[in-house]
Structure formats: structure tokens, C-alpha cells
Design a protein around this ligand. Structure first.
Ligand SMILES: Cc1ncc(COP(=O)(O)O)c(C=O)c1O
Length: 312
């Protein structure tokens, strides 16, 4: 049942297949392929000062995610950027979140997605912090997930594909029910990979350490934070991270478009301080997102290759 805060019962506009439609009218049919088989790809973006941080990188990653699951989006990166700006403006948002979603429609239904149309919706809304402000200040508590991120032989894990999020939803819910804020997932080899909707960084001996993305999402915030750390003269090590490394870390934090930079105070029985590195990066990030060039590719130059058809 819809409550006043329900996602489907709000004022405003959603960009749907080329048109701005009233929020409550943006509904697909129950026989939509993506509902049955998880055949969708999406993005999560933040609006700061009326502009979408790393908009070009997010739109390019949406196209890349789609290609990785054999969906050819009938919109270019520039068209998706323009549509995003249009719908953010139509909703009068200076800050908030944007959810672009591309999916296979209801033209035919069966395991095969051949014959479906590809649809695109872009919905922005006012939204504050992902974790509570208190948790963000003191640090959040993570538990270890039971499920692992799949191997490259099992799933196209670099794609932000809706179907791949079932493990994240299960683990996030399990964590919340057990009194934690989120869960840390290992990968198929037992290496540290990511939280259910964010990447992870560790401070070890004054260096910033983060897992090299191996079949999990290479976050756009992650890339921005690596750039900020390097600009501060910090050594950034992108490498295999094993559970043993967690005991050697003095600080741990998560990065993501939703969670921004969120300190972790507890993880699998280990306790961490919030600082000195994490608050400095939080300050740097707050300035970065308001810079004039914030809508570009920034440090995610690898995604610019999508334009040239080079990436995936
Ligand atoms: C599973 C997962 N990992 C990492 C991230 C962080 O990615 P980004 O910084 O591009 O938002 C996200 C959020 O999109 C995510 O859902």
C-alpha cells in the first residue's frame, strides 16, 4: 500500500523514454521482462548545487553496464546527460539523488530477452545521507556477508545489473536485522571486495589501500577519492585485500554515490578510529563535488572509452 512517502506516490517528473511524465504515471506492465529475469541496468548519482557529480562518467557506465548484459541502449551518452539535466531541472532540485534505469520491456516474455524493447527512465528526488548523520559522524558498523561476489566465469560483475543485486539486498537486510548498518562481501577467492552498495578503503601504515576491482563495481566515487588522496600526497595501493588486512588497518571507510565517504567504526569484531585520514578526504570531497567541472569524467577517464566503443 502506498504511504505518503512511498516512492510511487510523489509529486514531480520522471523522464521516461524521451518524455517527462508525471511521477505517479511512470509504471511498467507486470509482464515486464526485467521484473521476471532481472534484465536491467542502473546508476545512482548525486546532485550537488543543481549539478550531477560525474554525470558523464555515470551515463557512460550505464551504457557500458548495458553492453555487458547484451543490451544496446538506443540513447547516446550525450542524450542521457541532457535528459538527466532536463529532469533534474524540471523537479527544481539543488541537491538529491538520481536513479537512471534501463530495462527490457513487456513486448515478449520468456528467458530469452530477444524481441524486447529497451526502455530508459531517469528519476531524481531530494534525498539526504544514505546512513544516518550520527552513524556517519561516529562511523558505521559492518558485519561479514555470507554470500560472496561471483567469479568472472559466473556473472558479468562489472555491470551494474539489477539481477546481480539480489545478493546485496539479502546481505543488507540480514545486516540491518542483526543491528548492523551494512555488510562486507568477500569475493569468490575469499578476498575483500565491497559492501552491498559501496567500495571499501583501508588505511594501513599511513597508506590508502583498496581492493583492485576484479568482477565488482569500480566505483566512480572510489576513483575520485583515489585522486583526492594522491593530491594530498598519500600513497594509494590498489591491490588484492585479504581479511587479514582488516586487523592491520587503523581506519576504514566506504565510498559510493549514495554513501559518499562514510567512516567505519566496527567491522567483523575489529574497531577503528575515525581519523585522521578519513575526515580530511571527506572535506576534500565536499569541495570537489561543487567544482565547476564536476559533471565531467573526472578521474574515471576509462569510462570515456565507451564513446569510442572501446570499453566492453
Ligand atoms: C555494489 C556497489 N559497489 C560500489 C558502489 C560505488 O559505486 P559509485 O561510487 O560509482 O557509486 C555501488 C554504488 O553504486 C554499488 O552499488
Amino acid at each position: 500500500m502506498a504511504t505518503p512517502e512511498s516512492m510511487d506516490d510523489r509529486d514531480g517528473w520522471i523522464w521516461l523514454d524521451g518524455k517527462l511524465v508525471p511521477w505517479r504515471d511512470a509504471r511498467p506492465h507486470v509482464l515486464t521482462h526485467a521484473l521476471h529475469y532481472g534484465s536491467g541496468v542502473f546508476e545512482g548519482e548525486r546532485i550537488y548545487g543543481g549539478r550531477v557529480f560525474r554525470l558523464a562518467a555515470h551515463s557512460a557506465r550505464l551504457i557500458r553496464s548495458a553492453r555487458l548484459v547484451d543490451m544496446d541502449l538506443p540513447w547516446t551518452r550525450a542524450q542521457i546527460d541532457a535528459a538527466t539535466r532536463e529532469v533534474v531541472r524540471a523537479n527544481g532540485l539543488q541537491s538529491g539523488y538520481v536513479r537512471p534505469l534501463a530495462w527490457r520491456g513487456s513486448e515478449v516474455l520468456g528467458v530469452s530477452g530477444l524481441g524486447t524493447d529497451i526502455h530508459l527512465a531517469i528519476a531524481p528526488w531530494a534525498w539526504g545521507a544514505y546512513f544516518s548523520p550520527e552513524a556517519r559522524l561516529r562511523g558505521i558498523r559492518l558485519t561479514m556477508a555470507t554470500y560472496r561476489r561471483p567469479s568472472p566465469e559466473s556473472a558479468p560483475g562489472e555491470s551494474k545489473a539489477t539481477g546481480l543485486y539480489i545478493i546485496c539486498t539479502l546481505e543488507k537486510d540480514r545486516a540491518i536485522k542483526a543491528g548492523f548498518d551494512d555488510a562486507l562481501m568477500l569475493d569468490w577467492k575469499g578476498r575483500v571486495s565491497e559492501a552491498t552498495g559501496a567500495n571499501i578503503f583501508l588505511v594501513i601504515d599511513g597508506k590508502l589501500v583498496t581492493p583492485r576491482p576484479d568482477n565488482f563495481l569500480d566505483g566512480i566515487t572510489r576513483r575520485a577519492v583515489m585522486g583526492l588522496a594522491q593530491a594530498r600526497g598519500l600513497t594509494v595501493e590498489e591491490r588484492e585485500v585479504w581479511p587479514d588486512d582488516l586487523a592491520r588497518a587503523s581506519e576504514v571507510f566506504l565510498t559510493g554515490s549514495a554513501s559518499e565517504i562514510t567512516p567505519v567504526r566496527e567491522l567483523a569484531g575489529q574497531h577503528y578510529q575515525v581519523g585522521p585520514v578519513t575526515p580530511r578526504l571527506i572535506d576534500d570531497f565536499a569541495k570537489l563535488v561543487l567544482r565547476d567541472d564536476c559533471e565531467g569524467f573526472g578521474e574515471s577517464t576509462h569510462l570515456a572509452d565507451v564513446e569510442l566503443g572501446k570499453a566492453a
